[in-house]
Design a protein around this ligand. Structure first.
Ligand code: GLY
Ligand code: MN
Ligand code: MN
Length: 417
């Protein structure tokens, strides 16, 4: 993998002008009230460029005024005492072995090194510092990149601050072979755990017990990492898209919607399935279920490079529109969007809702997206979503979740085990 990380870093700077720096932080876990921290999740861009999953590291890539490329990884020094408590910090040699970065320095020296780079660029044209500054919410907390941008702007107003988000999105959206191996492995772990959950489900169980059966089945495979908190929603609770309490009883005659996935090497699987708690679909459940399944089939059949995820969503809406009358859903002035109120696809990768700009809505070979149509009929206490993950290929797509039971027959058979 080392060569892959090295190639990614070089590619990121390939089309940048001279006098450019890219600074990416690995991040830090937030602290609790005293000496414990909340779980650490590495910044996905940092991980993508280094393969390292450690706190308080800073990656600096440079193209100097002559166009010469250099890279430095700033890390916390090894601490013998800390090693006895929680294990050792990464040693320089290990950081080099994983990332391929030869030049390792102490994170404490980063401010001085940065100052000297800025000072040495005096009179050589504008120095541009690229940072990931994008925010999803206007009130989102500042990241170390925001703090650095503010410091640079106030202390060195001649330094240019540039955004790296778009470059990262373009690179991360198209998966390479190595990434796909991780993604396929996450699918397989998830398939095995879903099949165990289907066989385990019985009326009267708590949603949490079902969630636990999935988790235990993952743990038995040596996997603890989830792509996102699992959703296990019985009955009407399945009409709340991101219901996450998972603490009610699932009853005979109801459907239960699960939306979950493991992650492997930080690459996510994102799967939804809907199944009858007692192992047998009623005729009405089957009718609605097969409509969602057909919507998914249409999208998978049509997905190909050049289409947008909006085009795919329109296929779902058009199909539902053609079925609303015979499904008995065109009542009380209701239309498709009253029963299907989300999009059909998002990018999938190191994040479950993976990095994306408007540009990545147009499909390209190597992208992995979800296909997750649903129908939510609140007054029948039915929520159905079926979600597979597909790899866009040169001419169409490959369903990388194809092995996970999905048809009425497959689900009933898996539940009868
Ligand atoms: N699990 C969240 C989603 O399907 O988008
Ligand atoms: Mn999902
Ligand atoms: Mn999804």
């Amino acid at each position: 993998m080392q060569a892959i990380y090295t190639a990614r870093r070089q590619k990121l700077l390939e089309n940048k002008p001279e006098n450019t720096m890219v600074v990416i932080f690995s991040g830090r876990a937030p602290m609790k009230s005293l000496d414990e921290s909340y779980p650490f999740a590495v910044d996905r861009n940092f991980f993508y460029l280094t393969g390292i999953e450690r706190e308080n590291m800073i990656l600096v890539l440079r193209k100097d005024y002559r166009g010469t490329y250099s890279e430095t990884l700033y890390i916390e020094p090894y601490d013998e005492v800390l090693a006895k408590w929680v294990g050792g910090r990464m040693r320089n040699a290990e950081a080099t072995a994983i990332s391929g970065i030869q030049n390792i320095d102490s994170v404490e020296s980063f401010p001085d090194r940065l100052a000297s780079i800025i000072e040495s660029s005096r009179g050589l044209g504008k120095l541009n510092v690229y940072l990931d500054l994008w925010r999803y919410h206007k009130d989102q907390a500042d990241t170390p990149a925001h703090t650095l941008a503010a410091t640079l702007q106030s202390r060195y107003p001649a330094v240019g601050i540039e955004e790296i988000y778009g470059d990262m999105a373009a690179m991360r959206a198209v998966k390479g072979e190595e990434e796909l191996k991780f993604m396929r492995q996450a699918q397989e772990h998830t398939r095995i755990a879903i099949e165990e959950m289907l066989a385990y489900c019985k009326p009267g169980m708590n949603e949490r017990e079902l969630e636990g059966s999935f988790d235990f089945a993952l743990m038995k495979q040596g996997v603890r990492e989830h792509a996102f908190p699992s959703i296990v929603a019985g009955g009407a609770r399945a009409t709340t898209l991101h219901y996450a309490e998972n603490n009610q009883v699932v009853n005979d005659g109801e459907l239960v919607l699960i939306d979950l996935g493991s992650a492997y090497g930080n690459y996510c699987a994102d799967i939804s399935r809907t199944f009858p708690v007692n192992g047998k679909f009623t005729e009405r459940q089957k009718e609605l279920y097969n409509a969602v399944l057909e919507a998914q089939r249409i999208v998978i059949e049509n997905a190909k490079p050049g289409l947008t995820t909006r085009d795919l969503n329109q296929l779902v809406i058009d199909y539902y529109e053609s079925r609303l009358d015979d499904l008995g859903l065109r009542k009380n002035g209701k239309g498709v969007r009253d029963y299907y109120y989300h999009g059909v696809s998002h990018q999938l990768g190191l994040d479950t809702h993976d990095i994306c700009t408007d540009r990545e809505r147009t499909l390209k070979p190597g992208m992995v997206i979800t296909v997750e149509p649903g129908i939510y009929v609140e007054d029948e206490a039915i929520g159905i979503r079926i979600e597979n993950d597909i790899l866009i290929t040169e001419n169409g797509c490959e369903d990388i979740s194809a092995a996970i039971p999905k048809t009425v027959e497959e689900i009933e058979a898996a539940m009868a085990k």
